[in-house]
Design a protein around this ligand. Structure first.
Ligand code: ADP
Ligand code: ADP
Length: 236
């Protein structure tokens, strides 16, 4: 199955009088279960593409199909529901609620997706251990955690509803090299075990290297910074 299919996609920032950046994305297909590392310089459109894929931004032109669903055919509420049920997003700033505990942040994501997790406590425990988080972390407020821990909590939240597609924005990597390696290895293990399609966005060359080490059929994609944007595919 095709997870992602983009055709003639154009997004323009700003209004007609004050024209901002115009971003074009070439036709692009990602197969279900594939993990892709998407890189490119700052300003090349990585965050924009993730926002288009998650339905947060609507393109001016072109088509985005996710698992056969044309996003523009969905109403706003259908699109929100589609996102909650099928897509896990890890934002650059994590978007966790700082004063709530780790457990409450996760429970909120499950509640919003209206998914009836059979045994939520058991799944959370599995993630805590798989992500090498301390077992007493669940009752701590997110604001008391380190950046690396917050990132793993954001991953846990993105995975808790078993999304078919995971979008990770790691544009500003806050991790040291040892943490990067561990992070990538754990992430890939979970993705491969669940056959999750993943788009991992970063301009970090160390992360790119670890990605190829941990992904048997690694696929890379570069966004170039031009008046026109191209998705250059480079299969490893
Ligand atoms: P990165 O390169 O790490 O993705 P940026 O600094 O390019 O981060 O962008 C950070 C945020 O600022 C993004 O959410 C983006 O949408 C927003 N942004 C970037 N450029 C502009 C701009 N010219 N005007 C308004 N917002 C912008
Ligand atoms: P990246 O994530 O690769 O750094 P972005 O998607 O953040 O790139 O930005 C791509 C281009 O779009 C840049 O030229 C940026 O300045 C512009 N841009 C991003 N967000 C906004 C925004 N909210 N308003 C206006 N321009 C924006």
């Amino acid at each position: 199955q095709t997870a992602i299919e983009l055709n003639d996609l154009v997004h323009v920032y700003g209004n007609p009088t004050n024209k901002g950046a115009q971003l074009r994305f070439d036709n692009w297909k990602v197969q279900s279960g594939q993990q892709v590392f998407l890189y490119g310089d700052s300003g090349s459109g990585k965050s924009t593409l993730l926002n288009l894929l998650s339905g947060i931004l609507a393109p001016q032109q072109g088509s985005i199909k996710l698992f056969g669903n044309e996003l523009s055919d969905l109403s706003n509420s259908q699109r929100d529901r589609f996102r909650a049920e099928n897509i896990g997003v890890v934002f650059q700033q994590f978007n966790l609620i700082p004063y709530l505990s780790v457990a409450k942040n996760i429970e909120l994501a499950v509640y919003l997706a209206k998914s009836s997790k059979q045994d939520l406590q058991a799944s959370i425990k599995q993630f805590v251990s798989a992500l090498n988080l301390p077992s007493n972390i669940l009752n701590k407020p997110v604001s008391s955690l380190s950046i690396g821990q917050q990132q793993r909590v954001a991953i846990m939240r993105a995975f808790i509803n078993s999304p078919k597609l995971l979008l990770i924005d790691e544009s500003t990597s806050a991790l040291d090299n040892t943490a990067k390696q561990a992070f990538m290895s754990v992430l890939m293990e979970i993705c491969q075990a669940n056959k999750t399609t993943m788009i991992f966005v970063s301009h970090d060359l160390e992360l790119k290297r670890y990605f190829s080490l941990h992904t048997p059929l690694s696929s890379f994609c570069q966004l170039s910074h031009q008046s026109e944007n191209y998705l250059d595919k480079e299969e490893a």
